[in-house]
Write a protein that binds this ligand. Structure first.
Ligand code: V47
Length: 360
């Protein structure tokens, strides 16, 4: 059966759910890696992408209480915060000398902040830094903005677009299964709603990313179902740019009794994602969650993008991540070159800023 799947991959044929479940049972990680790498090479050759960005989390006050999250706080709890516009601008000014091209803004579902707060942040940032791409608000946040403002998803997205929003990050997807969402995050947008927000965003011309949070209580069947739902929507809209598998970090969460995923599990998820998501141009390794060494190694397992310099990551670090809070461009270049690939600095929409071929 594996031979038949291998031939399908080399012929460029789409893999089925059954194929995926067969691959899951395969313990030959190098075989899976070879197939995934072949797809990566077809799509992006020797290029490996990265960008120079900064993360900003406007608030950690959240009504959602997801069991897997260590970042969210009650409004009056120790460590709860909401950034003022001044706080936000200060952080961006600090990053300007690093030549960032993107602000990645993800927050929480705050009980009382109005939609206008988020709208004003985008409007002010766009006016003050028109050259920066604003990748902001997960589909779950967009759904929440619609609820708190009484607007439709389309209206919320259109307003944010006018204000200067450039694209949407892929967070909040977790695993689409209603069994998982009922258990881990019953208060926030369902899997169907997440997909609906993304469909609407794509219709309005936004590019977006997609993620999957794995390594908690989900089954492989549920992971495959998640990937197939993404593939199905991508067939219809073509609006997804990259897929980012996110390994669960249990520390300080309600699921703290669970163990971190192993490197083998991480690479298996990455290879199978690359093989199933044949209509996604990019598979991104978020080095903050994987660790830089495993993220580097994942380039031989289907990954073509190492995300960015990041700077100040709070969500995974609240959950015990031991990685640095940011990385220099030089370190990213060195890691990519060491694997024999050509580093390419990109902007958020994958326009090439610089190919580092000459000093290969
Ligand atoms: O939505 C929450 C996840 C996401 C934990 O689009 C956790 O380019 C691990 O979506 N352990 C936010 N993960 C991060 C995210 C992201 C990151 C990098 C790039 C992009 C992109 C998107 O982190 C959340 C949730 O799915 N998360 N808690 C945790 N304990």
């Amino acid at each position: 059966m594996l031979k038949a799947i291998e031939e399908k991959v080399y012929r460029g044929e789409r893999l089925t759910q059954e194929d995926a479940l067969t691959l899951v049972k395969c313990n030959d990680l190098l075989f899976l890696g070879r197939l995934a790498r072949w797809i990566k090479r077809q799509k992006t050759g020797k290029y490996v992408y990265f960008n120079v960005n900064r993360h900003i989390n406007l608030t950690n006050v959240c009504v959602s209480k997801c069991k897997f999250c260590a970042f969210g706080r009650d409004k009056d709890a120790k460590g709860a915060y909401v950034m003022s516009m001044e706080d936000v601008l200060k952080r961006v000014y600090e990053s300007i000398p690093d030549n960032i091209t993107e602000l990645h803004i993800v927050s929480a579902l705050h009980p009382t902040l109005p939609f206008e707060y988020y709208y004003d942040v985008i409007k002010t940032l766009h006016k003050t830094f028109p050259h920066l791409h604003l990748q902001a608000f997960t589909a779950v946040e967009i759904d929440y903005f619609a609820q708190i403002s009484g607007k439709t998803i389309r209206e919320v997205l259109s307003l944010l677009k006018e204000a200067g929003l450039g694209s949407l990050p892929g967070g909040g997807a977790e695993v689409f299964s209603s069994r998982i969402r009922q258990d881990l995050c019953p208060k926030k947008a369902s899997g169907e709603r997440w997909l609906e927000v993304m469909k609407t965003a794509h219709e309005l011309g936004f590019k977006t990313n997609a993620t999957m949070l794995y390594g908690h209580v989900e089954t492989w069947e549920e992971r495959i179902d998640h990937l197939l739902k993404l593939r199905e929507l991508q067939d219809r809209t073509g609006g997804f740019q990259s897929f980012i598998p996110l390994p669960f970090h249990p520390e300080n969460t309600e699921l703290a009794h669970l163990k971190r995923t192993t490197a083998v599990e991480d690479l298996k998820v990455i290879t199978i994602s690359r093989l199933i998501l044949d209509n996604f141009a990019h598979i991104k390794a978020f080095w903050i969650m994987l660790g830089i060494s495993l993220a580097q190694l994942s380039l031989e397992f289907g990954v073509d993008d190492l995300d960015g310099t990041v700077v100040e990551e709070k969500i995974t670090h609240a959950a015990g991540a031991k990685t640095a809070q940011g990385i220099t461009k030089e370190e990213l270049l060195a890691r990519i070159k060491e694997m024999g690939y050509i580093p390419v600095e990109r902007d958020t929409l994958y326009n090439v800023i610089k190919v580092y071929e000459e000093d290969k």
